[in-house]
Design a protein around this ligand. Structure first.
Ligand SMILES: N[C@@H](CCC(=O)N[C@@H](CS)C(=O)NCC(=O)O)C(=O)O
Length: 206
């Protein structure tokens, strides 16, 4: 197994969470390098694009969260071998990333500007993406997004829904997902109860 070091902010969420979970579920050893927000300016200087997460693989630093999650998902056996199932898995991950970007564009705003921008996302793109994800889940059996089993698509949606529900995002109602896509919330809760996931948060905190 290669030597892995995953660099990201020190909280349970965001663009590295699915990769952290996949590595944990796959019992793959890695350095979970977490840093405080206050240290981001310094950390980003050592990254190729000034962004996190990055993954060092035997000393080679790689960017792009979905590429990283797919790679560790393959190592952990959480990525479909079948090309069509892999396509369904990728489709969900890319859609979540698009939704992430819509909210990401509001970061850095404050006061009324933040409220206006967040309200616009909460009332427009977010229900659209959440509704689509719920329909994808239903279309593929209701339990998992692809391959009839746990894949990194489930982990990515799980982390995303958990983040939306967390109350950490000002002006994003914590009951938004429950209101517009309750089956995604049920999916999130089921994934949370998966023994390896439950054990992860019991060990490392919520
Ligand atoms: N496409 C990149 C986006 C990474 C990204 O935007 N990361 C955020 C933190 S979650 C960041 O580093 N933002 C600082 C910036 O883009 O200047 C990925 O998926 O990894």
């Amino acid at each position: 197994m290669p030597q892995l070091k995953l660099t990201y902010f020190d909280f349970h969420g965001g663009r590295a969470e699915a990769a952290r979970l996949a590595l944990h579920i796959g019992h793959i050893a890695f350095e979970d390098y977490r840093f405080a927000h206050a240290d981001f300016a310094e950390v980003r200087k050592a990254t190729p694009l000034g962004q996190v997460p990055t993954l060092h693989v035997d000393g080679v630093q790689v960017t792009q969260s979905d590429a990283i999650t797919r790679y560790v998902g393959k190592l952990a056996g959480l990525y479909p071998a079948d090309p069509f199932q892999a396509l369904l898995c990728d489709e969900v991950m890319d859609a979540v990333e698009d939704a992430n970007i819509k909210l990401g564009n509001t970061f850095g705003l404050t006061g009324d500007a933040l409220k206006q921008a967040r309200d616009a996302v909460v009332n427009g793109p977010l229900p659209m993406y959440l509704g689509w994800l719920q329909r994808q889940l239903q279309a593929h059996g209701g339990a998992y997004f692809a391959d009839q089993r746990l894949t990194i698509a489930d982990l990515k949606v799980f982390a995303y829904v958990r983040g939306l529900n967390s109350g950490r995002l000002d002006h994003v109602p914590t009951d938004l997902v429950e209101k517009v896509a309750p089956q995604l919330n049920a999916h999130m809760q089921r994934i949370a109860q998966t023994p390896a996931v439950a054990q992860y948060y019991a060990k490392f905190g919520a």
